[in-house]
Design a protein around this ligand. Structure first.
Ligand code: SF4
Length: 499
């Protein structure tokens, strides 16, 4: 699956020496969640101005490029706490520099910075109300609305202002906020997006505990932090000099009106397999998904004297599911062999960055190549995590056939994508989804792809695999089912949400 845009990666740190450096490494580990722009803001005391300040550095591109000047870490981004953001826009024009996060403002209660992963579904109404009051915006991002809600709250204490703002939001939002005193981590009441709390050894003289929060735990590994727990759905977690305020007594919770609905697509594709999200390692869930696929759509049978079928994954996101698929197929008595038949060029940007369809197809070809010695004369089963528009899958099938495969079968480790996401994923228009273009008929889709057979994981199979692996429950699978866990305004597109 290569045509759903990811959203963002967020990272925050409290009480860490060289905080900006740690955020840099954390963002680097989260680079897969957004490559358009990135930024870091820290909080430090400015001796000259005798006040607390929040220096920020943001730019277009990858973390390694935006932060290539080492001086940034010794002369500008000072302090022991800060937040960072990798961006792929789901709201707000992507080329508008004023949309790069984190956002930083100074208002009557001090400095405040915010980084957001998700999509505020009532952004249009909020924006309209602010505009009618004459509020001037600096960006077209829905994240700025949160800052205005906080700044315009009538409450006096900052945490009350923040709670006041958060209770007016609908949709998907995992947030890290930085105040002059605290790091605040928030997960929306449905828990659409992951957010985890970590802890690391404090090397400062104070000896106070040091904490970090990240979209995925792979960012903790990068800085030697250990996973503590997930930020709960609806939890507002405050980390300051009193420690990490968690648990029923001290933490703040947002009301849950619709139950928990964690994004199942995080397991299918978005998150890294070395991360733990929603109570399970992504690797474990993906293997289980692959095993379930073997039950729903096994390798085709072959004639007695044929060589055994080979199963290849579309690297890298399908590797783990393909491994699970092969081991279960074998267990079920369908002999097959896992092979590396597609090689990915890691130095090409993610497919979806290419503007326009032609360019995307071209990028597929420059991103993947075939290993003809592996594929020639073989019955090949391609396992991919999902199919969205289908252009990547179609190009790959052509390439595998051109490499000499005798038969090409396609197995998809998720159900058909039939509906858009309103909770932070940038899906194509429903009319562009290959499932909808061909009446949700696998045979018609398969004919268009040019495969000998096409089969998908069932919706029940996906949920069974996820539930069997995760210690949490409550998942959103609306893009596969069309059943939305939180009411949405159908027909409103991403572009209409931009301004
Ligand atoms: S609609 Fe799909 S991508 Fe969006 S939150 Fe639900 S499962 Fe995730």
């Amino acid at each position: 699956m290569k045509q759903i845009n990811e959203y963002c990666g967020i990272f925050g740190i409290y009480n860490g020496r060289d905080a900006a450096h740690k955020i840099y490494f954390g963002l680097h580990a989260l680079q897969h969640r957004g490559q358009e722009s990135c930024g870091i803001v820290t909080s430090t005391f400015d001796e000259n101005r005798q006040k607390q300040v929040m220096p920020v550095h943001k730019g277009r591109g990858l973390v390694l490029d935006v932060f290539k000047d080492p001086d940034l870490f010794v002369s500008k981004l000072l302090g022991t706490k800060g937040i960072g953001h990798n961006r792929y826009s789901t709201s707000g024009a992507s080329d508008n520099q004023s949309n790069f996060q984190p956002f930083v403002v100074a208002y009557r209660n001090g400095n405040l910075a915010i980084a957001h992963n998700g999509n505020i579904s009532n952004a249009r109404e909020l924006r309209k109300a602010f505009s009618e009051r004459g509020t001037i915006f600096q960006s077209t991002s829905d994240t700025e609305l949160i800052l205005h809600l906080i700044a315009q709250s009538r409450r006096r204490k900052q945490i009350d202002q923040i709670m006041d703002a958060l209770t007016q939001l609908e949709g998907a939002f995992s947030l890290v906020m930085l105040t002059d005193d605290a790091l605040i981590a928030v997960r929306d009441p449905n828990g659409f997006r992951p957010l985890a709390l970590g802890r690391f050894e404090n090397t400062s003289s104070t000896g106070e505990p040091s904490y970090c929060v990240a979209s995925e735990t792979c960012a903790f590994d990068m800085i030697g932090a250990t996973y503590v727990r997930d930020v709960e759905a609806g939890e507002v977690l405050i980390i300051d000099d009193q420690g990490c305020r968690s648990g029923d007594f001290n933490s703040f919770h947002l009301p849950r009106n619709f139950g928990v609905s964690q994004c199942v697509f995080e397991y299918v594709y978005f998150s890294r397999p070395d991360s733990q999200i929603f109570g399970a390692m992504v690797d474990k869930v993906r293997r289980k998904i692959g095993k379930q696929l073997a039950h729903d759509a096994p390798v085709p049978s072959t004639r007695k004297h044929d060589r055994k079928p080979i199963v290849i994954s579309v690297p890298d996101s399908s590797n783990t599911a393909a491994l699970g698929y092969v081991s279960e197929c074998r267990k079920l008595g369908q002999d097959c062999k896992y092979e590396i038949g597609l090689i990915r060029n890691h130095y090409v940007g993610r497919t979806f960055i290419a503007p326009g369809q032609n360019s995307r197809e071209q990028k597929v070809r420059s991103k993947f190549n075939t290993v003809s010695g592996v594929l020639k004369d073989r019955l090949v089963v391609i396992v991919d995590d999902s199919i969205v528009r289908g252009t990547t899958a179609q190009a790959l099938v052509r390439m595998v056939r051109a490499a000499g495969a005798r038969e090409v079968h396609f197995r998809v480790a998720s159900p058909m994508v039939i509906s858009p996401c309103f909770y932070g994923m940038d899906f194509p228009d429903p009319k562009e989804l290959v499932a909808n273009r061909f009446d949700q008929d696998p045979q018609k889709i398969g004919a268009w792809l040019g495969v000998d057979s096409l089969e998908y994981l069932s919706h029940e199979g996906l949920l069974a695999a996820v539930r069997a692996s995760s210690s949490t429950d409550g998942f959103c699978s609306a893009c596969f089912s069309g059943i939305y866990p939180v009411p949405v305004e159908l027909g409103v597109t991403k572009d209409e949400n931009d301004w």
